[in-house]
Design a protein around this ligand. Structure first.
Ligand code: TXA
Ligand code: MG
Length: 506
């Protein structure tokens, strides 16, 4: 059996951050560290990963670092806490060393040497690099605010969990494990669990249990003619669900899984009809979120998962969104923090000679075409039913939302006394007197914009506005998926003269 591990950063996580240490006397363990590690020593192997660039710059000698590391190891051993191995990265960050990226050498090395289960392992550290390293290795990262944690917090990607200190990080791990056990049990017993993914939260059930799947449709109030995506946790699972898998599809899975790409492929007969709405094809993806992957492993079955929102409404990108929209209807909500990508997966169909784009999403079309050549962008007339994400109105807030407007329109509505909100890309129109403003990415970063899209629309929708005006964004990369969602969220112009009209404006 492979064992999970904790990789602990040294300075700022285990011991007081004091710059370069030369003598063991300078080592000061942070409060609560022994207690915290004792709580989980039976479940995890412990490693220390420490960054000592002073070795490169000549400010530290190798034997100084070794002495201190040994001191720490011995002191922990006195408490009954065993450190299997200590890894030292001696490089300056500018050197872009292999210890960290692209292959986090230490973690992969340790995984091999100690036969580790990286998916269930964690890195805990007070620098963004510590937790990014975890992700690059397929493990999870928890950021702590001790040491340099507070100083570097602004550099941390929005989806990493943050704990006050090592104790809190350990409690988080224990809580996560408990939640996973509960969630997987519910799935196995035919229940419905809302689960996180890197795109949006999904509404999960055992893909091979038709009754459980039926409940997903019921909870979402989703029409039965709309097939579901099946989530898997390893590429091998693909063979259980699909057949006649083309080379191009395999190539994409190899490159983008785990990740926000869904492949529509000829289905195996074992896949229940209710999952695919009677279609001869099945939509499959392997999500890039460790909690989801661990859930699927633990439940020992692929999990269907439409977005966890009432049909047609905004997709949820936090556990809180799910709670507010579906709370009492689901058996459990697995909280995995805010979603990384924020728009749904890209869906590609492989039922014809040329692959067809059914929905733009988290993997940019450009990247796909780079790998497999041209993709057909026109909607298929044969494909019935259409993806509901392809319905003209979908992903929509309840407040009338408008994409085609000018400053003149704004003033007309304003003078009518309307309460108006703005969803802006970089804040171009934010100087107008809107009643509420959401700016997706002041820096103009489309990834950041996608990640905040649904949460921003959600906040606007809850602000008792009469209408939401939306600024257009460039349709490149993730901008294509964002604009696709915004078009479906907004009301069409009705009259031919191209004047703005709001048939349903309150
Ligand atoms: O990012 C995502 O894909 C999220 C997360 C939870 O994984 N899921 C998601 O699921 O967006 P959903 O159900 O909201 O959208 C799935 C889309 C639907 O538009 C559905 O019609 C389409 O996939 N789909 C599923 N199976 C299909 C099939 N066999 N042929 C064509 N379209 C299919
Ligand atoms: Mg540190």
């Amino acid at each position: 059996m492979k064992k999970p591990a904790l990789f602990l950063d040294r300075d700022g996580t285990l011991i007081e951050e004091k710059g370069y240490l030369h003598w063991p006397e300078e080592v000061e363990f942070l409060p609560g560290v022994f207690q915290a590690l004792k709580k989980i020593r039976d479940r995890y192997l412990f490693f220390i990963v420490t960054h000592q660039p002073g070795l490169s710059s000549g400010q530290l000698k190798p034997d100084e670092v070794e002495k201190i590391n040994n001191f720490i190891k011995d002191r922990l051993a006195q408490e009954g806490i065993i450190i299997e191995k200590i890894y030292v990265c001696p490089h300056l960050r500018e050197e872009n060393c292999e210890c960290i990226k692209p292959k986090p050498y230490f973690l992969l090395q340790a995984a091999k040497e100690f036969s580790l289960d990286l998916l269930n392992s964690y890195v805990i550290g007070d620098h963004p690099v510590d937790v990014e390293l975890a992700r690059n290795a397929g493990a999870s990262g928890i950021y702590v605010l001790t040491g340099h944690g507070t100083k570097h917090l602004h550099e941390l990607a929005h989806y990493f969990p943050v704990a006050a200190n090592l104790e809190e990080a350990v409690d988080l791990i224990l809580k996560e494990n408990e939640a996973l056990i509960k969630a997987s049990k519910i799935i196995r017993q035919g229940g419905v669990v809302a689960f996180p993914t890197e795109t949006v939260y999904g509404l999960g059930a055992d893909a091979f249990n038709p009754l459980a799947v039926a409940r997903v449709f019921e909870i979402k109030a989703r029409p039965y003619f709309d097939p579901l995506i099946v989530h898997i946790a390893s590429r091998q699972d693909l063979e259980k669900l699909a057949e006649g898998i083309s080379e191009k599809a395999r190539k994409l899975a190899e490159k983008f899984w785990p990740g926000p790409l869904t492949l529509v492929l000829p289905k195996k007969k074992e896949v229940p009809e209710i999952v695919t709405s009677g279609l001869p094809s099945v939509a499959i993806r392997m999500p890039r979120h460790n909690l989801t992957l661990r859930l699927i492993h633990k439940a020992e079955t692929p999990i269907v998962g439409p977005s966890a929102n009432p049909f047609g409404y905004l997709s949820p990108t936090t556990a809180q969104h799910v709670k507010e929209q579906l709370g009492s209807k689901v058996d459990f909500i697995l909280d995995g923090g805010p979603c990384e990508v924020g728009v749904e997966s890209t869906i590609l169909s492989f039922l014809e000679d040329v692959p067809r784009l059914l929905r733009p999403g988290g993997v940019a079309l450009e990247e796909i075409e780079n790998l497999i050549g041209p993709v057909n962008l026109s909607p298929s007339s044969k494909l019935k039913p259409e993806a509901p994400g392809m319905l003209p109105r979908h992903y929509a807030p309840r407040t009338p939302t408008c994409l085609d407007w000018s400053e003149k329109d704004f003033w007309r509505w304003k003078n009518q006394g309307k309460r108006i909100g703005l969803l802006s890309f970089r804040g171009e129109m934010a100087s107008l007197p809107f009643d509420q403003i959401e700016i997706l990415s002041p820096k103009g970063d489309l990834r950041q914009a996608a990640a905040s899209l649904f949460a921003s629309l959600y906040r606007l929708d809850k602000s008792s506005l009469d209408l939401i005006l939306v600024e257009k964004m460039p349709e490149i990369g993730l901008g294509r998926a964002i604009m696709d969602r915004l078009r479906r969220a907004s009301w069409r112009r009705k009259n031919k003269n191209n004047q703005n009209s709001f048939p349903n404006l309150p």
